[in-house]
Design a protein around this ligand. Structure first.
Ligand SMILES: [Zn+2]
Ligand SMILES: [Zn+2]
Length: 254
């Protein structure tokens, strides 16, 4: 499984893009950033967008992506996947024919195919997308949210999405090869992390202890740029094995 980091920051500013991970060229995990990073050809290869939750920093690029697809010379369409509550929020508050058109009602030129379709996913249920199996596991955030587990060729990737202290996702697979876990704030802001449904380095340690086996590689994402140096210093001081502070534009083989 190939993972390209389009954006992995907890906020948007120069040098910091919002969350989006490209899997095998045709699947996105979250779409906080995509249309301004991928070229036209790469955007047309996208077929599946899995959304962890409806916060803007994870769906920001969906409107631009579907608009680009509609205007592209070779007609293509895209599916947007999420838990029922997540899709409902996108439908009602983003692609609602007011903020932006409802692209499920707009067809590619000369075709019967809508530009996009919603696919509601059941929590804790594997589904097959080409060679990748994927399942959503609910996590604890300020709005309904899930993380994802992906498996290809026996290799398992866990992506937490945005979460505070949570339970079931850490046991959702017997072994996890790579875990992308959010850490938004430094540990001195644990109160803020609890209130907003995020993690800090010290909370992350407690979460990792819930896993049956530690992941081979631990990728950290969603650090707030305002606290980036402090969070990274704390994480490095903890000497966790396999720790990587992932970077935008990097490609990793899972
Ligand atoms: Zn969020
Ligand atoms: Zn977020």
């Amino acid at each position: 499984m190939k993972l390209r980091v389009l954006g992995c920051s907890g906020a948007e500013m120069p040098g910091h893009r919002q969350t989006a991970f490209l899997i095998n060229d045709n699947m996105l995990l979250d779409a906080g950033t995509a249309a301004s990073v991928l070229d036209e050809n790469a955007q047309q290869q996208l077929k599946h967008i899995f959304i962890t939750h409806a916060h803007l920093d994870h769906v920001n690029s969906v409107p631009a992506l579907v608009d680009n697809l509609m205007l592209s010379r070779s007609p293509s369409s895209i599916k947007v996947y999420g838990l029922k509550a997540v899709l409902e929020t996108i439908r009602l508050h983003l692609l609602n024919d007011k903020v932006w058109p409802d692209f499920t009602k707009i067809h590619n030129h000369n075709t019967e195919t809508p530009v996009m379709a919603y696919v509601e996913i059941e929590e804790n249920t594997w589904m097959d997308i080409d060679k990748v199996r994927i399942k959503a596991v609910p996590v604890e955030h300020s709005i309904p949210a899930a993380g994802f587990l992906l498996e290809e060729d026996g290799r398992v990737l866990l992506y937490s999405g945005d979460t505070g202290p949570t339970e079931s996702i850490w046991n959702a697979a017997s072994q996890i090869h790579t875990a992308i876990v959010e850490v938004s704030f430094p540990s001195r802001m644990n109160d803020m992390a609890f209130k907003t449904g995020h993690l800090t380095p010290s909370l992350l340690m407690l979460e990792l202890a819930k896993m049956p086996m530690p992941p081979e590689r631990l990728f950290i994402s969603h650090i707030k740029p305002q606290y980036q140096d402090e969070v990274i210093d704390e994480l490095l001081a903890m000497k966790m094995s396999g720790l990587t502070i992932i970077k935008e534009d990097e490609v990793y083989e899972i």
